[in-house]
Ligand binder design. Sequence first.
Ligand code: 5GP
Length: 119
Amino acid sequence: MSYDKNNIFAKILKGEANAEKVYENEHVLCFKDIFPKAKIHVLIIPKNQYSDIYEFSKNSSSKEKESIFSAFERLINIYKIEKSGCRIITNHGIDGRQEVPHLHFHLLAGQDIGRMTNN
Ligand code: 5GP
């Protein structure tokens, strides 16, 4: 999937749109979801241009991959949810119902997140 440089997360990364930043490192930005689906709902995105998890898996460096997991760890610490837990998911493509075409992980926490799907 070719990368759409005008997507909303690209604008947030360029500082052209606002977001409530929670954490960042060299390769990753984390900010609150504008329409939270749980008490804690943070989006974790790579700073480089990857449209989805497949593109990222194929083309990102080891350092970028590591930085995503490092951000997960930091967020779990920031929100003190080491014991209570969370759900981290990413939607990809049509079947995954991905809406914003820049890879993002959702971290949902702060309450029982419920079953994984409606099925
Ligand atoms: P997707 O369905 O692509 O996995 O999730 C996209 C997410 O981005 C949704 O949860 C939606 O609420 C969030 N979102 C869409 N536009 C904005 C925005 O402008 N700012 C922030 N912070 N989140 C957004």
